[in-house]
Design a protein around this ligand. Structure first.
Ligand SMILES: Cc1cc2nc3c(=O)[nH]c(=O)nc-3n(C[C@H](O)[C@H](O)[C@H](O)COP(=O)(O)OP(=O)(O)OC[C@H]3O[C@@H](n4cnc5c(N)ncnc54)[C@H](O)[C@@H]3O)c2cc1C
Length: 497
């Protein structure tokens, strides 16, 4: 029976991204996926700039750009009369992550890119058509009982990550409870392909906050357009997905002469978060750990952020460079972070899903008083974990400016820890810190570039230390602050750029 460093259960966006990131570290990784093909039904269509940055770290930015488009027109929340109540900010072509803040895509196409990416790594195997049916935990390894295409099989791994979606077997095996965050509502979701120009369809996403029938419209990519339509009391889900019904719902925007309906499905949008993302050698990530209603387009984004947080920690633990207690910081850091997004999505859901006409009128009056309200995606801090500092920006993600040689910051840092600062502060650290930096492959960057200098000035710091996932480990006002921060660094990490 072969032994893998990491077995990943599920090859959705979380599993495929994690496998790509772990492949870069040269770890032996087995991905087990129940389905033989990529899930074809309409799901995610939006991801944010931070997520593009993770794809960039995985060496797939160009490939992802080829199947997505930057979202430069924003998202509008309109009332039944078409008046705009709220607008999501952040539609600049280049935001803090060195790319657009929002990107639109078709989930099956993204998953195909991620699976293609796995072929770059001889140490990573994907077995599609393989369902994990039981899990046996040992002291040193975990054994998975798998039903494969050619019959039953067993595999062993030092760590197992359940990226196995909302009904996660791994989560159930771990006995992790799901905490209910309050929103559960069925919606009809379908994509159409336009056959001709339909000028009245807007470029921007629209949340139609119409109490008679809340809906979402989105321009996805190419000629694909998405509608998400809330089920109302008395709706028959089986009837709702029939083409005659779908066209009736669409008649004010588009007709069968102008478009074909691609696929329709009914989903119940949930807001839940698991308590217990790790038990010994078992971990969960993505929808198995948390689910959010898609009003902010953030479910998959959170899944990708999980993988960025977990990949470097798993590598460090598997190489024996740190105690496996580091893996406990995965949940403590990520859980409050994802919770901030779910809470906002639930608040927006309550605005969109208002079906009482009187309550909708009052809502509209409240918003209209000051003109459209502009809101931003949250940029939360990590929860308690491997970082230090009372105030933000410690534990927030660091931006990605272009450097003087036109490279983006992350390409200069690779998968390493990094320290960016004034030359004098970097040069005055203790001998012990210098050794520490050497041990952990720390990348040192003198902040000679205007954007980096400006950032340090703005935060009144001489230097900033970053983790391999680009989150801020801490800020330093002098070299002895850098010495103190360096005590947090895992020892003897030797990561290649
Ligand atoms: C209508 C809709 C719209 C959405 N829009 C957005 C959006 O715009 N932006 C966004 O960020 N998110 C969005 N989401 C959420 C997003 O689709 C999910 O968060 C994302 O797919 C989660 O990825 P995952 O890899 O964690 O889980 P999944 O994609 O569910 O993948 C889990 C995989 O595990 C496999 N599996 C399960 N059990 C086993 C087993 N025992 N053995 C082997 N394999 C197994 C499954 O077959 C599956 O392939 C949307 C979701 C919906 C429903």
């Amino acid at each position: 029976m072969s032994l893998f460093d990491v077995a990943i259960i599920g090859c959705g966006p979380a599993g495929a991204t994690l496998a790509n990131l772990l492949g870069q570290y040269g770890l032996s990784v087995l991905v087990l996926e129940r389905e033989t093909d990529i899930y074809p039904l309409p799901r995610a269509i939006h991801f944010d700039g931070e997520v593009m940055r993770v794809f960039e770290t995985a060496g797939l930015r160009e490939q992802v750009e080829a199947i997505s488009r930057p979202g430069l027109k924003g998202m509008h929340f309109n009332n039944a009369q078409g008046q705009t109540l709220m607008i999501r900010a952040g539609s600049a072509p280049v935001g803090p992550h060195g790319c657009a803040n929002n990107h639109y895509f078709h989930q099956p196409e993204l998953e195909a890119v991620l699976r293609q990416g796995l072929l770059r790594y001889p140490s990573v195997q994907l077995r599609a058509g393989h369902e994990v049916q039981a899990i046996e935990e040992g002291d040193q390894t975990v054994t998975l009982h798998v039903q494969g295409r050619d019959g039953p099989d067993t595999v062993r791994a030092r760590y197992v990550v359940g990226c196995d979606g909302a009904r996660s077997l791994v989560r159930k095996h771990m006995g992790s409870k799901l905490i209910d965050l309050g929103l559960h509502q069925p919606w009809l979701v379908f994509d159409v392909r336009l056959k001709t120009e339909v000028p009245q369809l807007p470029e921007h996403t629209v949340q139609h906050c119409d109490p008679a029938r809340p809906m979402t419209y989105c321009n996805v990519t190419g000629n694909r357009r998405r509608w998400e339509i809330m089920l109302m009391p008395g709706d028959d889900p089986e009837q709702m997905v029939l083409p005659a019904h779908l066209w009736k719902l669409l008649e004010r925007w588009v007709t069968p002469e102008q478009a074909d309906i691609e696929r329709a499905a009914i989903y119940t949008f949930h807001s839940v978060i698991a308590q217990g993302w790790r038990r010994g050698r078992l971990l969960i990530a993505g929808d198995s750990a948390h689910q959010t209603p898609p009003f902010l387009g953030q479910g998959m984004c959170a899944a990708i952020r999980d993988t960025a947080n977990l990949a470097w920690k798993l590598d460090a633990v598997l190489r024996g460079q740190v105690d496996d207690a580091l893996l406990d910081s995965y949940e403590s850091e990520r859980s409050p972070h994802v919770r901030a997004f779910i809470d906002l999505a639930v608040r927006l859901g309550n605005i969109i899903q208002t079906t009482d006409p009187q309550a909708a009128r009052q809502r509209d009056e409240r918003f209209k008083a000051g003109g459209p309200e502009i809101f931003h995606l949250p940029a939360p801090r990590l929860g308690p974990g491997l970082w230090c500092g009372q105030e933000p920006p410690a534990a927030q993600i660091f931006p990605q400016p272009a450097l003087a040689d036109a490279r983006l910051l992350d390409s200069a840092i690779g998968r390493n820890f990094a320290v960016i600062g004034q030359r004098a502060a970097l040069e005055a650290v203790s001998l012990q810190t210098q050794e520490r930096w050497q041990d952990c492959g720390m990348v040192r960057l003198v902040a000679e570039h205007p954007e980096l200098e400006h950032w340090l000035q703005q935060h009144g710091a001489q230097a900033v230390m970053l983790r391999p996932d680009r989150y801020i480990l801490g800020l330093a006002n002098c070299s002895s602050d850098l010495d103190r921060l360096s005590d947090l660094l895992p020892r003897r990490l030797a990561l290649a750029v």
